[in-house]
Design a binder for this molecule. Structure first.
Ligand SMILES: Cc1cc2nc3c(=O)[nH]c(=O)nc-3n(C[C@H](O)[C@H](O)[C@H](O)COP(=O)(O)OP(=O)(O)OC[C@H]3O[C@@H](n4cnc5c(N)ncnc54)[C@H](O)[C@@H]3O)c2cc1C
Length: 234
């Protein structure tokens, strides 16, 4: 159920060009119940913008967002200039792009900040799922746009069923695993083989064009439409 929340800015760090990792602390004592994958609605000048929760720490009641900054964007400018300790208003958590029960292998396909909701999904299953392989393919432009490497490595060390590949569509220099050149679609079959894709639950998140392209790719490769979950950021 959607509630109103007030939260104070705890930290903001530019983790890659125009990508900010932002942490908020909830001010109210009320219940904060969210399903991994859901988003919050940030109120800015009587308008709302959705931002997916990338981390929630119940013990300290903080949540993190990963924001791409767009020049002159309403929420982008608001979040870039918000001061530590200042309060913001949110509604939520909301959304139906959520982690389902793990019944088979999972493939997560994310581009850009579309990785944010997928992080809470992976976090919710990576420790308890000891049966089914989980694979994240994350599309970014170049090496300098990569962040979250420590988190992803840490998960893969804790559970060897979790693996990941970061696909860099515009990278020219020599790179090594887990970085790969090209789009997700250029690498996926080489990495996981032909058959795995059609037997998986597939979660897709990112910008409109990427999501449309990845959905089409998944369906062309015989992913069951009932097991295909997706969210578009624009
Ligand atoms: C369910 C959902 C979850 C989302 N989660 C996240 C998230 O976790 N992290 C995140 O960064 N964003 C997320 N978004 C997108 C976010 O809600 C905003 O749309 C985005 O941050 C831009 O808002 P703004 O107010 O800064 O820009 P606006 O004032 O809305 O737009 C200003 C200008 O910025 C440009 N612009 C805005 N969005 C895009 C875009 N996606 N691609 C290219 N140009 C654009 C356009 O030129 C536009 O005219 C999510 C969207 C949805 C629907």
């Amino acid at each position: 159920m959607v509630h109103d929340y007030t939260a104070s800015l705890v930290s903001r760090k530019e983790v890659a060009p125009n990508i900010f990792h932002i942490s908020f602390k909830l001010q109210d004592d009320g219940n904060f119940v969210f399903a991994p994958g859901q988003y919050l609605l940030l109120k800015v000048k009587d308008q709302y913008r959705q931002f997916s929760i990338s981390v929630y720490k119940e013990s300290v009641r903080t949540f993190d967002l990963i924001i791409e900054y767009f020049e002159n964007g309403l929420a982008s400018e608001y979040l870039k200039h918000l001061k530590i300790g200042e309060l913001s208003e949110f509604k939520g958590p909301a959304g139906i792009f959520v982690q389902h029960e793990v019944a088979r292998s999972i493939i997560y396909l994310a581009t850009g900040t579309g990785v944010a909701p997928i992080l809470t999904m992976i976090n919710s299953v990576v420790i308890k799922n000891r049966t089914h392989p989980m694979f994240l393919f994350w599309g970014l432009p170049t090496k300098k746009d990569v962040y979250l490497e420590d988190q992803l490595r840490n998960w893969s060390e804790k559970n060897q069923l979790f693996r990941y590949a970061i696909c860099l569509s515009k990278e020219k220099s020599i790179i090594t695993k887990p970085l790969y050149k090209g789009h997700i679609q250029d690498n996926i079959k080489d990495i996981i083989g032909n058959t795995m894709l059609s037997n998986c639950d597939v979660y897709i998140c990112g910008g409109k064009d990427a999501v449309v392209g990845l959905k089409e790719y998944a369906l062309d490769n015989r992913v069951d439409a009932q097991r295909l979950y997706f969210e578009r950021f624009n």
